[in-house]
Structure formats: C-alpha cells, structure tokens
Design a protein. Structure first.
Length: 520
C-alpha cells in the first residue's frame, strides 16, 4: 500500500465497527467528470459493489489536468470512468494517450462516458489506446455500470498479475546469472538466500541448509541471515527454534515446499539426488504468484547446485593437471610431486585473504582474484622448464651468461601461459598466471627483472608471489645450501620490505605467519 493509499483511507475510514474491514484493500476507481452530479450518482449506484470480496473506493477529478495529477500520485488506480466532453469537446479523449504514454500506465482500465451519444470516438482511438468500453451516461444504471466494472476490474487484475509475473521472471533470470557465476558452495548458498529474498521482495531473513550425516537426521546451515545470522556451519536441530527445525527436516525428508505465516521453506533437489532447503521469514503471507515465483527460482537453484558439483569436480581434475604441469618446472633439486607449488599457492592465497581485510586492498582482492591467484600462482615458475639443468642444478653462483639465461624463465613462462590463455574466453587463471610469471622477480624499488617495474606498476598478484617464493625457497633445502632456519627467513623477508617487497604484502605475510602460529 502506498502512503497515498493510507492517506485516502484515513479520509474516509468509518468510525463505526460495522464498517468495511480495513485489511481488505479496495479497488480504486477514478471518476473524471466536470459534472458534480455524475460523481454523486456513480458513487451512489456502486455504493454496495464488491468484486472478489473487495469493495470499491472512489477518487474524483473534475478536469483532465486534475485527473493526470491524481493518476501520477497513485499508480494503483484500477479503473477510470472518463467523461469525453469537459473543458473542451474532446478533453477526455485527449487524456487517454497521455495516461498510456506520458504516465506509461498500461494497466488502468478506461471506460469512456458521454452525455452526447452521437459523439462516439473514432475506432482508432478505442483500439489504439486500449479503451475498455464506451457508455452513454444514460446507461448509468447499477446493473449496467456494475457489469462494465466487473469486466474492467477482471481485466485489470489479469494485467497486473501478468506484469508482476513478468517482473518476477526478470528478477529470476537476473538472479540465475548471479548464481551461476559462483563457484564455492558457501558463497553460492549466500547468494541463494539473497536472490530468493530479492525475487520475493522480502527481507533477507532465513537460512539455507543441507542434510548432514548418513542418517540425514540433522542438517547443516550453509548460509544464514537476519534472525539466524551467525549460524553458518551450525546444525539446524540445535540452533533454530525446535518447531522450525522440525518443519525444515520434514521439507528435506519429504521433498516438498512448506508455507505458513512465519516461514516459507522451499525444497531444492538436484539431479544427482542431493537435497537442500531454503527457509525465509517473509514477514507476511506469500500469495499464490509469489509462491510460484519462489518455486521457479528453487528449480533454477537446483540446476545451479548441480552445476556447482560438476564445476567442483572439474576444478579438482583441472587442479591436478596444473599441479602436474607445475611439477615439471619445480626446482629439480627438490622432491618432485608438486609439494612446492601447492605450499606456495596455499601461502599466496592466505596472504591475498589477509590483504583483502585491509580497506585499501579490499577492492582489488575480489572473489575472482582469490579464485585466479590460487591456480595462477602454481604456474609462476613454469618457464623454468626451458632453463638447462646445468644452470638450475649448478651448486655455486651463476656467471653473467648463465644469469641472463636463468632470468629468461619469466618471459618464457608468460609466453607459454599467454598462448594457452588465448584458447579460453575471458579472464582466466592462465592469463593471470602469465602476469605473475612475467613479474614475480620484479622488485618494489624498481631494481628487479625483467622489466624493472616499480611499486604498484608490478601486478599485485606478482608482488604477493614474490614474497611467498622467497620465503618458501629459503625455508627448504636446495642443492647449493641447507634450509635457512625460520627466524632467519622471517628476518630476511622483513628486511626486504620497502626495497624488494611491497610493505603491505609483507605485512599480510606476517599476519598469515602469526595466524599459523609461526611467530612465537
Ligand atoms: Fe622464478
């Protein structure tokens, strides 16, 4: 109900207890006529009229301008009884295109009325501007006006329902594209809650859960908001009120939706038999259309869950091949098998998370960035495959020519990854990895290689990998030296802050080390 409705209700709200139920929203009918008598007659004739249990409420305008003003303020008017002849012979007719075009109101039903039956409007006006009916004022009997009003309200109701349904579907399509972009289960669950609330136009107050344990006697909350905020990861049975928990478990068990005034609980079932439930507290009773929209979205979400499972499997297979590939280029003096790149990638990802907590980096370290850096960082040294063993395995320092050859691994790796990334559309971990490969030996003060980039000209991902790479290399044994003790490695990273490394990245590194309990 708009504020305007409230105001109009107050104006006429009957004080007597026998008056109409204020919870029932009346149909709004606008009478546009320059003859006061017509207003009075119409109100009298339709005084007891109801359609689908709802009474009518009249608004009055005495000129086309006044009608425009009222329509502008109250888009919920269902029907207009419009006088053709007012300030001019065709003032009423001229109002119709203004309502349809200027106010962009295609829903309101219009019945033209005239005192001069000979002056019927031309067909093109009736058809072109969606006019419902044309009546002579002499036809103002309760019977005739009542029939015309029923027809108009019915068609208004259909138009509004179609429009709501169309807008709901548009929101579902929008929501689906949001949902299908997500690749992690918890983030997907958060989006399910958010988009379901948005599609139904209710507050984000509820939770998403999946069955837990082989007996499926309890469920685990994946995402929660509103009154359930903070319950993510908790079992449903011991964290939400018992009655709600029982209903939720029944929805999961019986795979059906469940609605009451407190909660709408929707069942999600995926093609491979996995179940989930979305519980929302809409704060009101959902009507038939809203339930249908919710159920359509629930179907879309089920497909999303399936995609997510496939995606997770694909990602695992993919990760395995990236690790195998990266293993080729691992320091040949270390144990193979990809331990080094896995360790590095983990450290790099944790550092990126730590950086995201800093306001200055929150915008750069997006969800996508986090996804890409995990895989992209594994390939940072892939260019080493082109460096001869006599150099990589040399126990002593490299001469000038050897150093030059060694340094080519950055550009070489970037070229390999750039070429591969061109086969994939959009931004991907390969192009991300190319940037890392190219710049992971650049230094914050500009004295690095290959390009001598300085400060923030070096891609953030490469600045993170630079720190992680030096640390991992120092703390592990190499052909030409033993592993450096942890304290020494930490001191070396700290010493490089502001010269070799980005100070903010070094700070993030120490945050991770602190969290890992390695600073004691
Ligand atoms: Fe390198």
């Amino acid at each position: 109900m708009t504020m305007n409705d409230d105001f109009l209700f107050q104006e006429e709200a009957p004080a007597a207890a026998t008056g109409p139920d204020p919870a029932v929203k009346p149909w709004l009918i606008l009478i546009v006529d320059d003859d006061q008598e017509v207003h009075a007659m119409t109100r009298l004739v339709l005084k007891k009229f109801t359609y689908r249990g709802r009474p009518v409420k009249f608004l009055s305008a005495y000129s086309a301008e006044e009608a425009m003003e009222i329509l502008r303020q109250d888009p919920g008017i269902a029907m207009i009884l419009l006088d053709v002849v007012m300030e001019t012979d065709d003032a009423g007719l001229r109002l119709v295109p203004r309502i349809r075009e200027e106010l962009d109101n295609d829903a309101v039903r219009i019945i033209l009325r005239t005192g001069q039956p000979g002056q019927a409007p031309e067909d093109h006006v009736i058809h072109g501007y969606d006019i419902n009916d044309y009546k002579a004022k002499t036809e103002l009997t309760a019977q005739k006006l009542g029939t015309a009003t029923v027809a108009a309200l019915r068609s208004y109701e259909h138009i509004v329902a179609l429009d709501r349904s169309r807008r709901g579907m548009e929101r579902i399509i929008e929501a689906s594209s949001q949902l299908f972009n997500l690749s992690a289960v918890d983030r997907f669950a958060e989006a399910v809650l958010r988009e379901m609330a948005r599609v139904l136009d209710v507050p984000q107050d509820g939770f998403v859960c999946v069955p837990r344990g082989s007996q499926r006697a309890d469920a685990q909350i994946l995402a929660a908001a509103g009154r359930h905020a903070g319950l993510g990861g908790m079992p449903v049975n011991s964290s939400v009120p018992p009655a709600l928990a029982a209903r939720t478990m029944a929805v999961l068990r019986e795979r059906r939706h469940d609605y009451d005034d407190d909660a709408a609980i929707l069942s999600l079932r995926t093609a491979d038999g996995r179940d989930a439930a979305v519980c929302l507290h809409p704060g009101r009773t959902l009507d038939e259309l809203e339930r249908r929209l919710g159920e359509v979205l629930a179907g879309k979400i089920s497909v999303g869950f399936d995609n997510l499972n496939l995606y997770e499997r694909l990602k695992k297979a993919h990760k395995a091949s990236v690790i195998a590939l990266a293993g080729l280029a691992e320091y040949k003096d270390q144990d193979g098998g990809g331990d080094h790149v896995l360790r590095l990638s983990r450290l790099v990802t944790e550092m990126a998370f730590a950086l995201r907590a800093e306001a200055a980096y929150a915008e750069q370290v997006t969800d996508e960035f986090l996804d890409l850096i995990t895989m992209g960082s594994m390939l940072y040294d892939i260019g080493m495959v082109g460096v001869p063993d006599r150099i990589t395995l040399k126990p002593g320092p490299l001469d000038e020519a050897e150093t030059a050859l060694m340094r080519q691994h950055c550009e070489r790796g970037a070229a390999i990854l750039d070429k591969a990334s061109r086969m994939v559309e959009g931004s991907n971990y390969l192009s991300f990895g190319a940037a890392i490969s190219r710049a992971h030996h650049e230094r914050w003060d500009g004295s690095g290689y290959p390009a001598g980039l300085k400060g923030t000209d070096i891609p953030l991902a490469a600045r993170i990998v630079a720190v992680a790479d030096v640390f991992d290399s120092l703390t592990h044994k190499r052909t030409f030296r033993d592993a450096v003790p942890l304290a020494g490695a930490l001191a070396e990273i700290e010493a490089g802050s502001g010269t070799q490394f980005d100070p903010a990245v070094v700070a993030a590194f120490f945050k991770v080390m602190g969290a890992r309990g390695r600073l004691r």
